[in-house]
Write a protein that binds this ligand. Structure first.
Ligand code: ATP
Ligand code: MG
Length: 561
């Protein structure tokens, strides 16, 4: 569907309505506001595509704003990783902003609120404050500090700022309404004391603004017109508006918060906090482990930006939370890689085949098309010789009629090459097949134009000439969790559902054309799946990651269960 004929999602409809009822096109401005406390994940991709997509649609600026108000969890490493991932996904931000740039302005506004009697310092314990909060059905009770004098509040707030108090002893609270039906309006905390260095402001501050106080005001400072966030913030909207009311000047653009559903992916967790645990506990090898649902993990796994954007587009923007099956993500990468990768041959579990009537010491270079999907992809040469590897599972001594691969007395075609027939096989003392002896039909070479070259046999196998084979370490990945929604069980921790077999490392062989493949290069290993070169690759150790199998094998396994 073309961009114009596609129906608008509900977020786009909100913007369209606002363009009719108030905002001018020039006033549109969006932002993507990650907290730099971890790496971005596939859930964030939805938010990125939504906000930057709106920017492209309306030709409006989109800021990348780091919501960096919690020095305990935030780091420069995460800032750098987030920037890299947004760029890699294919988006350009207008300006790079930090909530921490607004600490002074936020403080000045807070002092104004104190002066107007709309904020006060509370030095009760957090337990005392919690007890006064009430419940959704019962109103809260006022703090004994609620009616402190303005002078005293100003003095205490100043002392908080100057580092004269210990962590947890004082907070600044907005004086709103302890009886509000919205618990968030019951005198929410605006500032807390944290004697921690911040990755950008260092030790300039020892009081840090809370999310609610920071987010809307940052939107306002940046003159963001639409502040889209996930549904868990729906109840915060009233507070967002209350805080805006305190500083809003009618000549300016008033930001509008609206909510959309969080995206959850099956067989994984999409929460930076939980992903951080996987990293810290060594369940995975870092944030970019190819089993992680992080953007960096998906990139290392061989996903393309297009495939992720297409996935996000397919699932769309929703009003209710739901679980998206990871096979849909895999479908999207398979589809894109099908169009873009070269077909090559790799054998993962080698079985030696000797072609007894082929001359010893001879090598022949066969022509192999790089891609049937792309006529400009060209071709390459693949060496053929007397001894080759095929997959162990492609040979059986005897098998029923449905087995179209190699069995004794039967013929198959070698991809891009000849028809061979299995004559006999050799076994070790335990009965494992160690070698298969075949004969080949010299006239059957693919593309040679002879009658025999056109002869149809049921099976076609991939293979590698042993003499020319390049060794490769191949990392095969499976779901990281055995459960569909590992973090939704009341009685169990998500870590209880780790799949012990999420990574299998094997040594396989690939054709010589891949000898100098570079990290990030992607291929289709014919009949097996899509693979990419891992950055762990060195001059003498080629490492491949399996991005995804050719077909959805997981669905089949599930059906059988
Ligand atoms: P996490 O729990 O993973 O840290 P978060 O919401 O706290 O998630 P932020 O860094 O605050 O992470 O998120 C930046 C933006 O991305 C926010 O607007 C947030 O609503 C959005 N976002 C985060 N996770 C998802 C998700 N799973 N689906 C859609 N949007 C998301
Ligand atoms: Mg967060």
């Amino acid at each position: 569907m073309s961009e114009t004929s596609k129906s608008l999602n509900f977020i786009e409809q909100i913007v369209e309505e606002d363009l009719v009822n108030g905002y001018t096109k020039d006033e549109l401005r969006f932002r993507f506001p990650p907290e730099p406390n971890g790496y971005l994940h596939i859930g964030h991709a939805s938010s990125i595509c939504l906000n930057f997509g709106l920017g492209l649609r309306y030709n409006a600026p989109v800021n990348l704003r780091f919501d960096d108000t919690n020095p305990a969890k935030e780091e420069q490493e995460f800032v750098d990783a987030i920037k890299k991932d947004v760029e890699w996904l294919g988006f350009k931000w207008d300006t790079e902003r930090y909530a921490s740039d607004y600490f002074q302005q936020l403080y000045d506004w807070a002092v104004e609120l104190v002066k107007q009697g709309k904020a006060y310092v509370d030095n009760q314990s957090s337990e005392e404050m919690a007890a006064q909060k009430g419940t959704p059905t019962e109103p809260g009770t006022d703090s004994p500090n609620r009616n402190r004098s303005i002078e005293e509040n100003l003095e205490l707030f100043e002392k908080m700022k100057n580092g004269e108090f210990k962590e947890g002893t004082h907070v600044l609270r907005a004086k709103i309404d302890m009886t509000s039906s919205n618990m968030l309006m019951r005198d929410p905390i605006m500032y807390r004391i944290l004697h921690k260095a911040h990755h950008r402001t260092n030790t300039d501050w020892c009081i840090y603004p809370m999310y609610d106080w920071t987010h809307g005001e940052s939107d306002y400072i940046e003159q963001v017109s639409h502040s889209f966030c996930t549904l868990e913030f729906a109840m915060h909207r009233e507070l967002y508006n209350w805080f805006l009311d305190q500083v809003y000047d009618e000549t300016k653009v008033r930001p509008k918060q609206r909510e959309f559903a969080r995206r959850n992916l099956s067989h994984t967790v999409v929460s930076k906090r939980k992903l951080a645990q996987l990293v810290e506990k060594g369940v995975v090898n870092g944030w970019d482990d190819p089993r992680m649902p992080t953007i960096s993990g998906l990139r290392r796994r061989g996903y393309t930006p297009e495939s992720i954007r297409n996935f996000v587009d397919t699932i769309g923007i929703a009003k209710r939370d739901n679980l998206i099956d990871v096979s849909l993500l895999e479908f999207n990468v398979r589809e894109h890689l099908n169009k873009t990768t070269h077909r090559v041959m790799g054998v993962l579990n080698p079985l030696k085949v000797v072609i007894t009537n082929y001359p010893e010491g001879e090598t022949e270079w066969l022509v192999a098309e790089n891609s049937p999907e792309d006529e400009n992809a060209g071709s390459r040469e693949v060496p053929f010789s007397r001894e080759i590897y095929i997959e162990q599972e492609d040979f059986r001594e005897a098998a029923n009629k449905k087995f179209f691969r190699l069995k004794l007395g039967n013929e198959v075609r070698l991809k891009n090459g000849y028809i061979i027939k299995a004559e006999s096989c050799t076994k070790d003392t335990e009965g494992n097949i160690t070698e298969v002896q075949c004969t080949y039909d010299p006239k059957s070479k693919s593309g040679s134009g002879t009658e025999e070259s056109l002869r149809k046999v049921k099976g076609t196998l991939h293979w590698i000439s042993i003499e020319h084979a390049v060794k490769a370490e191949v990392r095969l990945y499976d779901r990281l969790f055995t459960d569909e929604s590992p973090d939704t069980h009341k009685d169990k921790d998500f870590l209880d559902f780790i799949n012990p077999d999420s990574l299998t490392v094997i040594n396989g062989y690939v054709e010589p054309a891949l000898k100098n493949a570079q990290p990030g290069d992607t291929f289709q290993f014919q009949r097996i799946g899509y693979f990419c070169v891992d950055p762990d690759t060195t001059a003498d150790n080629l490492v491949f990651n399996r991005t995804v199998g050719l077909r959805d094998s997981w669905a089949k396994v599930q059906e059988k269960k």
